[in-house]
Structure formats: structure tokens, C-alpha cells
Design a protein around this ligand. Structure first.
Ligand code: COA
Length: 326
């Protein structure tokens, strides 16, 4: 489609490579609004399907992210109409996903652009498409966990900061890994799992039991509860990612419950790399992680757009499920 656009219009950015636009704007020192680009855009946005999972995996691997094909299927199962790809010459060069939680709020995730197509407005257009979609669905609040690269795009679309999250990583040597047979791990009972789901609904402020059940059925050994005299004091679930095992959500009402859960996760995982996305305000999570050799690897900013009427109870949360899920 031929396009004539002012440079400061977002969809103009996909027309020409960055070095040409930089030459026009930076070298010629022209104000953005006076730069008119005439070009031919072959970028298009469309709904993501199961056939795009391989392309999605390629993009998250290029970005050094930990998702697997199972995670991409989780997004598509939860939101068959609400995940999007950007294509250039029929090759997927960007993605964005959404999950609606009981129509109280929706989560935006997997905003990814192929490194060779960045800074041309594709990320902005993908985000705009997800916001339009969620607006059409009548969902009042949109939430996400932004990387430092993504945060400026979200701010321009009206997202504001709620709190800070930090990703912690542990790299273990083979002799630091306990070789625990799965048969030695007592699985959660159905009653315990449903108590955990109820508690999670209270902490997260929406029912995401389908997602928790899918984590539980994939890796039952990472689903744990701390019960004291029959009462649930803490719980955790986890995932096997492409390069690391990921703990989350990790919720605990006391330091001792938090300690039991992290130590049990370290015992139950057989991978050398482990990840946890901690709430920086939690009083004991980072101290427990430091003491076990974890170190901070990157920051994330929880952001929302809309009324945030369902903020959850972050006080008892040591770690989120993951930035792509909430
Ligand atoms: C974050 C990410 C999705 C952004 O994608 P993108 O397509 O580069 O985003 P855009 O082009 O819409 O905007 C990025 C910046 O480039 C600028 N830009 C856009 N077109 C440009 C052009 N032709 N020339 C120069 N700059 C341009 C935008 O103004 C914006 O600038 P800002 O950072 O000052 O706000 C991409 O960098 C990425 O995949 N990063 C790794 C994964 C990640 O962190 N994702 C975010 C998860 S929250």
C-alpha cells in the first residue's frame, strides 16, 4: 500500500529503515512535523494463530526470553482473538498478546519486535492494536509488566506505574543440584489445589484458575502449599522455560512459609538456571534469594491503564507468575 505520512505519525515509522529517517531528521535537522515520507508499507497486523507459534518462539529466543511453545499456546487458548502479529513480506516480525481476567482487567504481554525491524513504530502499532481490541471488548483496565525498553511506549499510550518488580537469577553448578526423583515428591491433593486457587483469586483479584491448573498439570512438582493446622500460609507454582525453571506465583504470609517454598523449589528443580520475578517491596523475598545465591538481572515496572479497581494484594506476594501473565 503506498503511503504518504508525516514523520511524527506513528505508522509512518514502518515505511523506511531507521538510517534513512535518521538522515532526514538528524542530519538535515528538520523538525519532525515537517518531514514528509513517501514510501511503500508492506507491514500488516493480523490476529495470531497456532501456526505462528514457531515465529513467536523465534522472537522470544532472539530477545533472550524464557517462554516455550506451551506458553504461546496458553496465550492463544486464553485469547484466540486477542493475540496479534506484525508481518513484513509475510514474515512475522512482531507479536503482542492479551489475556482477559474475568473482564475485570486484561494483561498485555509478549510485546516483541524482531531486532532488525525495531525503532520503526512496529511496537507502538502492536500495542495500539491490543488496546483497541481490549477497548472493543469493554475491558476497563489494562495491565502489564514493562521492560525498560517497552516502558516509554506504554507511557505514551497512557499507562502509569503501579510498583516495581525485579527479576532474580540463579546459575547453579551440577554439584549444587539435588537429584530428587519425582516419585519422592508428594503431589498436591485436589482439595489443596482448590484452596490455593481460592487464595490466588483473593491475592490476584481475579480468577485465573485455568492458568494455574495448566501450570499444575505441566509441572505438578513445582505446585506447593504450606499448610499450618489446615490453613494455607503460602503457595507457589512454577514452569519449565526454554532455558530456566521459573518460580511464580510465590505467595507467603510469613518469612518461614516463604523460606519453605523457595527451598523446596531449589530442591525440586533439576535445572542449572532458575528465575524469580520478585516484588521489590516484599519484606523477605529478596533477602531469601540473596542468601541462596540469586542475583538481580533486570527490572520490570508494573503499569496499568484505566481505573485499576482490582489491584490485588501485593503485600503477601513474593513473586508474580510472570510478566507475560501477571
Ligand atoms: C520494546 C520493543 C517492543 C519496541 O519495539 P519498536 O518496534 O522498536 O518500537 P517503536 O518503534 O514503536 O518505538 C521505539 C522507539 O523508537 C522510536 N522510533 C520509532 N520509529 C523510529 C524511526 N524510524 N527512527 C528513529 N526512531 C524511531 C520511537 O519514537 C520510540 O522512541 P522512544 O524510545 O524515544 O519512545 C522492542 O524494542 C523489543 O522487542 N524489545 C525487546 C523486548 C521487550 O523489551 N519488549 C517490551 C516488553 S514490555
Amino acid at each position: 500500500m503506498p503511503l504518504i505520512r508525516r514523520y511524527d505519525e506513528p505508522d509512518c515509522r514502518a515505511i523506511l529503515p531507521e538510517f534513512i529517517t535518521k538522515r532526514l531528521v538528524v542530519s538535515c535537522k528538520l523538525p519532525l512535523r515537517f518531514v514528509i515520507l513517501i514510501g511503500y508499507s508492506n507491514m500488516r497486523l493480523r490476529t495470531m494463530t497456532n501456526r505462528d507459534v514457531v515465529a513467536g518462539l523465534r522472537l522470544n529466543t532472539l530477545a533472550g526470553w524464557n517462554q516455550t511453545a506451551t506458553d504461546w499456546h496458553r496465550f492463544l487458548d486464553a485469547s484466540p482473538e486477542g493475540c496479534f502479529v506484525a508481518e513484513i513480506d509475510e514474515q512475522v516480525c512482531g507479536t503482542a498478546t492479551t489475556i482477559s481476567y474475568q473482564e475485570r482487567f486484561a494483561w498485555i504481554g509478549m510485546v516483541l519486535v524482531d531486532p532488525q525491524y525495531r525503532k520503526r513504530g512496529i511496537g507502538t502499532q502492536l500495542l495500539r492494536r491490543t488496546v483497541e481490541y481490549l477497548d472493543q471488548c469493554g475491558i476497563p483496565t489494562m495491565k502489564l509488566d514493562a521492560t525498560p525498553q517497552g516502558q516509554p511506549i506504554y507511557e505514551k499510550m497512557g499507562f502509569v506505574t503501579e510498583y516495581q518488580i525485579e527479576r532474580w537469577i540463579l546459575k547453579r553448578l551440577p554439584d549444587q543440584i539435588v537429584k530428587l526423583a519425582t516419585s519422592n515428591i508428594a503431589p498436591l491433593t485436589e482439595a489443596q489445589l482448590s484452596t490455593i486457587q481460592d487464595k490466588d483469586q483473593h491475592v490476584f483479584d481475579a480468577d485465573r484458575s485455568q492458568l494455574l491448573r495448566s501450570l499444575h498439570s505441566e509441572t505438578p512438582e513445582f505446585a506447593m502449599g504450606v499448610f499450618e493446622q489446615g490453613a494455607l500460609r503460602g503457595y507457589a507454582l512454577g514452569r519449565r522455560g526454554s532455558f530456566a525453571d521459573h518460580l511464580g506465583p510465590w505467595m507467603a504470609e510469613s518469612r518461614s512459609a516463604a523460606k519453605t517454598l523457595i527451598d523446596e523449589f531449589l530442591r525440586r528443580s533439576s535445572r542449572d538456571t532458575l528465575l524469580v520475578d520478585c516484588l521489590t517491596a516484599n519484606p523477605f523475598a529478596t533477602e531469601l534469594l540473596c542468601a541462596r545465591g540469586f542475583s538481580p538481572s533486570r527490572t520490570l515496572t508494573r503499569m496499568y491503564r484505566g481505573p485499576n479497581a482490582f489491584p490485588g494484594k501485593p503485600d503477601s506476594l513474593c513473586a508474580i507468575l510472570g510478566p507475560e501473565f501477571g
